[in-house]
Unconditional design. Structure first.
Length: 406
């Protein structure tokens, strides 16, 4: 703490953010529940609700809408003091955020394409678009492509640009979170130490928040996907490269304000395949999308990993698994090394191809049977298909969370 006392205006703003965050996260809530949850005095809560309603940020939920919702509502602690309608025995008035009050835009990009999602203030995705990048791709071409995608989204989504809270960006490579820099990503030329945050902020005059895309994918899966309920999670995002993220609770692992888990460049064979990082035998040189295809082609003329959906359950399945023995062994070693460092309770494998995600999950589950079975600390390995809407929502969540931060 700085030791500087808070001014009354600061306290009012902080209390308003606390209440607005509760309404936004709970979807609907009554004033008495806010009193019970925050400890704020009832007159303070009433005043803030009135101000937020005047500002167009929240609105009452109609009685016919609140009845079915109340069945799923988490009741406040019965020992807490209630106010207003609930104390008098009348039905409480519930409030929700006004979805069209504010919007946020989330973007996830990698070497081949970008996905953009527009979210309203309630967290619902209102618009999704994708754009394939030209080849070759450098930093300037990337910025031009992202601006094209944003311009298209603002026009087609029909949102009021003046209500835009900001951008959440999921970027590949190592990220300096505090300075808004992409420190390194060799698959896009001239991207080393690139100030993407400041470039977009100057162009659009709204806040821009950036994180590693594997971290945002892991957070989205933790909230909305296959990793829900995990207390600790390590996620692999397998595309043209292999990204990694470790979450404890809902906090991504970082070092001195920088992302650190470039697991795709862990080297396991100094005489192995060459990697884009300049090394040899890196994890992504074995299991990334393009890297694994030559192994499969030793036994089957596969054109795309999308074919694995049918192949792994056919008579070719065992032959394909056998042909992938070296990549699967390298992946096993990577997971074992990561488990030695972090010991998460759950591992998540994300791929654009459901068959490939399932194959990796099944094989690693089998090869790590000693860690997956027979103890209180047994781990769980799950897989999920890359979902642009889900990852987009994770990126827009980044904007809303920063806006509501006290």
């Amino acid at each position: 703490m700085s030791g500087v006392p808070l001014r009354s205006a600061d306290i009012r703003e902080r209390n308003a953010k606390i209440i607005l965050a509760l309404v936004q996260s709970r979807k609907y809530i009554s004033q008495s529940e806010v009193v019970a949850l925050t400890g704020l005095r009832a007159p303070t809560v009433f005043r803030i609700f009135t101000e937020l309603e005047k500002e167009g940020l929240i609105r009452p939920v109609q009685a016919e809408d609140s009845r079915p919702l109340a069945q799923n509502r988490k009741a406040p602690d019965s020992s807490s003091s209630l106010v207003g309608e609930e104390k008098k025995g009348r039905k409480p008035q519930y409030f929700e955020v006004v979805p069209d009050a504010l919007y946020s835009i989330g973007i996830d990009f990698w070497s081949r394409s970008a996905t953009l999602a527009v979210s309203d203030f309630s967290g619902e995705i209102r618009f999704i678009d994708e754009l394939e990048f030209p080849d070759p791709l450098d930093a300037d071409t990337l910025v031009t492509a992202l601006q094209t995608l944003i311009k298209r989204a603002l026009k087609k989504s029909g949102i009021d640009a003046s209500r835009l809270l900001g951008f959440g960006i999921g970027a590949p490579g190592r990220i300096d979170l505090e300075k808004g820099l992409i420190l390194s990503y060799p698959r896009i030329a001239k991207l080393a130490n690139f100030p993407l945050v400041s470039v977009l902020q100057k162009r659009y005059d709204v806040p821009v928040y950036m994180h590693n895309n594997a971290s945002l994918a892991a957070l989205a899966e933790l909230k909305y996907g296959a990793a829900r309920g995990a207390k600790s999670l390590f996620a692999f995002l397998v595309r043209s490269g292999v990204g990694g993220a470790y979450l404890e609770g809902s906090q991504p692992f970082t070092v001195l304000g920088k992302t650190a888990l470039e697991v795709g460049h862990l080297s396991f064979n100094c005489e192995g395949p060459h990697c884009t990082c300049g090394g040899q035998g890196c994890l992504e040189a074995y299991i990334a999308e393009d890297a694994v295809l030559p192994f499969i082609r030793r036994v089957y003329p596969i054109e795309s990993l999308s074919e694995l959906d049918k192949l792994i359950d056919s008579e070719m399945g065992p032959k394909i698994r056998s042909a992938m023995e070296e990549p699967l062994h390298i992946f096993e070693l990577a997971v074992r090394n990561i488990h030695t460092l972090f010991s998460p309770e759950r591992y998540l494998i994300i791929s654009r191809f459901s068959g490939y995600a399932r194959l990796l999950q099944e094989e690693i589950n089998r090869r790590l049977a000693d860690l997956c079975q027979g103890s209180e600390e047994a781990i769980t390995i799950v897989a999920d298909v890359y979902d642009s809407g889900r990852i987009g929502r994770g990126a827009t969540d980044l904007v809303i969370e920063q806006f509501l931060k006290t």
